[in-house]
Design a protein around this ligand. Structure first.
Ligand SMILES: [Zn+2]
Length: 298
């Protein structure tokens, strides 16, 4: 849910190349200032992967770096390009970030080394909303980090902090919504699902998938009642929409320890009770959502 980029498809409008499905806009973009350039977040395209293409050739078509494509499509860190799949293409090299409440363009400009007036213009000439597009002018700000975070995938898997096979619920559960780009059956909006939703009865126990420290245990916006556990320097798991929270911030937990119970708090993507579960890996861009399936299987 973190990269909650909602996109509306502009049906029927196809690029001359026939490769691109232009997107209308991201839904956060509503009433931008009249003489402001089209915000970066509204200028994303979907590229349908065809036979013989790879990240490099696609990056060349759009004159961006392949690292940018991976940053916008985090599932590509773990999986190869699939022919026929759609990947998100930003208008230029950059990243989409989540803005904390009250953050200003000046603060974000300092953090990302971009002029605040540039950020203001590229983001609809208004105060920061929950998501912002941060351009990367020469690539040096983030490219090495992205490269590092994608090459870390393999070592993450062998990290003993999360033992493969551990599960956030007591019983096996059906996947209601997988990780990655998904279309919400309720409102037909495409969005990036940063975790896996497991069907589970309301009130069923949610348990820690590995030992760690609780770093957050409280209500948090659309996540509802949320528990975040840091397992090591670089891995984190998140359990959202909980009914009850049974642990406190700062508490050490063991594998299988009761954290809370399944609920419907926050803004779940669909009304049936489920556990929204995430695994994140630390990078200098923040905590990047990984496909939890990779950590739960084997
Ligand atoms: Zn979810």
């Amino acid at each position: 849910m973190t990269l909650r980029i909602y996109i509306l498809y502009l049906l029927g409008v196809v690029n001359i190349l026939g490769l691109i499905l232009p997107l209308a806009k991201l839904s956060r973009a509503e009433n931008y200032q009249a003489n402001c350039p089209t915000p970066g977040l509204e200028r994303f395209l979907l590229h349908r992967v065809s036979h013989g293409e790879n990240l490099e050739t696609i990056a060349q078509i759009y004159n961006i770096k392949s690292e940018t494509i991976v940053a916008m499509n985090p599932e590509l860190q773990n999986t190869k390009l699939t022919i026929g799949s759609n990947i998100l293409i930003p208008p230029y090299n950059g990243i989409v970030i989540e803005v904390s409440q009250g953050q200003t363009w000046r603060e974000l400009g300092t953090q990302y080394q971009v002029r605040p007036d540039v950020l203001f213009e590229l983001n609809g000439c208004q105060s920061p909303d929950n998501l912002a597009f941060i351009p990367v002018v020469n690539g040096k700000r983030y490219t090495p980090d992205i490269a590092k975070s994608s090459s870390q995938t393999d070592t993450d898997l062998t990290n003993p902090a999360i033992q493969a096979g551990n599960f956030p619920l007591q019983n096996p559960a059906k996947i209601a919504l997988p990780y990655g780009w998904q279309m919400n059956p309720m409102d037909k909006e495409v969005f990036f699902h940063s975790g896996i939703d497991f069907f589970a009865d309301k009130g069923s126990n949610v348990q820690a998938i590995a030992p760690g420290v609780v770093v957050l245990a409280q209500e948090k916006g659309s996540y509802g009642n949320l528990i975040i556990i840091n397992h090591s320097e670089r891995l984190q798991s998140r359990y959202a929409h909980l009914e009850n929270i049974n642990v406190k911030k700062g508490q050490q937990v063991k594998t299988g320890e009761l954290l809370g119970t399944v609920g419907t708090t926050g803004k779940p993507n669909f009304p049936q009770p489920h556990l929204h579960f995430e695994v994140r890996a630390r990078s200098s861009l923040g905590w990047i959502a990984k496909d939890p399936q990779t950590y739960l299987q084997k």
